[in-house]
Design a protein around this ligand. Structure first.
Ligand code: PLP
Length: 253
């Protein structure tokens, strides 16, 4: 499985979370690095996108020799990199999980505002599954979700952008962590009890990587998402304090 994402020097999110998830789930992990961040439990202190040429070269190296059974995209940093990645994925015959990463939990930008149209118009139409949280739903579609009843409307709005499936992640609402998975015809609500644990750094990366790991093994989207939800719920339950801020989810359970 291939992750196309940014590095988190603190090891909690990004490429590092993706590779840990793949290791835990028994899938061979490969990575195309899009950006380097200087980051810790307190936030992102700096971010440097790589040249498009470096992204293209990493991708070609992996795909032309090893091959991929599933791809996950995360932090893409700039419009140029979103367009580069979309161009590369257009020729790949493997399911794509697109985590439309916009800003971190600390409010640090991980995607330039000028790249949002490229993501909406260029990348989401190629996605087998998009996994936006509620903030991402809002900047992608303008739909503001303040409760479970709004999630169906949000899902329809994301599906209009072209992914085959969408998983609306409602974890930022109060109460149980409720997500909605739909392809416009079937609909599945996934519910997990809320763990009162603030150490949730890397949750979104972990969930998307777990789904892509299931798809790489040939599982259906609903089966891969259900297993990934279980994995991330366990990882959040085990999230632990490292540094002074928000610690990472746990992959060792
Ligand atoms: N850093 C990188 C490189 C990421 O890809 C992401 C999320 O996708 C984050 C940080 C943010 O992680 P969180 O919002 O879970 O703190």
């Amino acid at each position: 499985m291939l992750t196309v994402a940014g590095s988190d020097s603190g090891g909690g999110a990004g490429i590092q979370a993706d590779l840990k998830t793949m290791l835990a789930l028994g899938v061979h992990g490969m990575s195309v690095l899009t950006a380097v961040t200087a980051q810790n439990s307190r936030g992102v202190q700096g971010a440097w996108p790589l040249p498009a040429e470096a992204v293209r070269a990493q991708f070609r190296s992996v795909v032309d020799d090893i091959g991929v059974q599933a791809v996950k995209t995360g932090m893409l940093a700039s419009a140029e990199l979103v367009e580069t990645v979309a161009g590369l994925l257009a020729d790949v015959d493997a399911p794509v999980v697109c985590d439309p990463v916009g800003i971190s939990k600390h409010g640090d930008p991980l995607l330039a505002a000028s790249a949002r149209d490229a993501l909406r118009l260029g990348l989401l139409p190629l996605a087998t599954l998009a996994t936006p949280n509620l903030d991402e739903v809002e900047w992608l579609t303008g739909v503001r979700v303040s409760g479970e009843p709004d999630m169906r409307r949000a899902a329809d709005a994301v599906l209009e952008l072209g992914p085959q499936w969408v998983l609306i992640k409602g974890g930022h609402l109060d109460g149980d962590a409720v997500d909605l998975l739909t392809d416009g015809t079937t609909e599945r609500w996934l519910r997990a009890p809320r763990h009162d644990n603030r150490h949730t750094h890397g949750t979104g990366c972990t969930l998307a990587s777990a789904v892509a790991s299931g798809l790489a093994r040939g599982h259906s989207v609903p089966d891969a998402v259900a297993a990934a939800k279980e994995y991330v719920t366990g990882a959040i339950a085990g999230g632990f304090a490292l540094g002074e801020g928000i610690g990472p989810v746990d992959h060792g359970w």
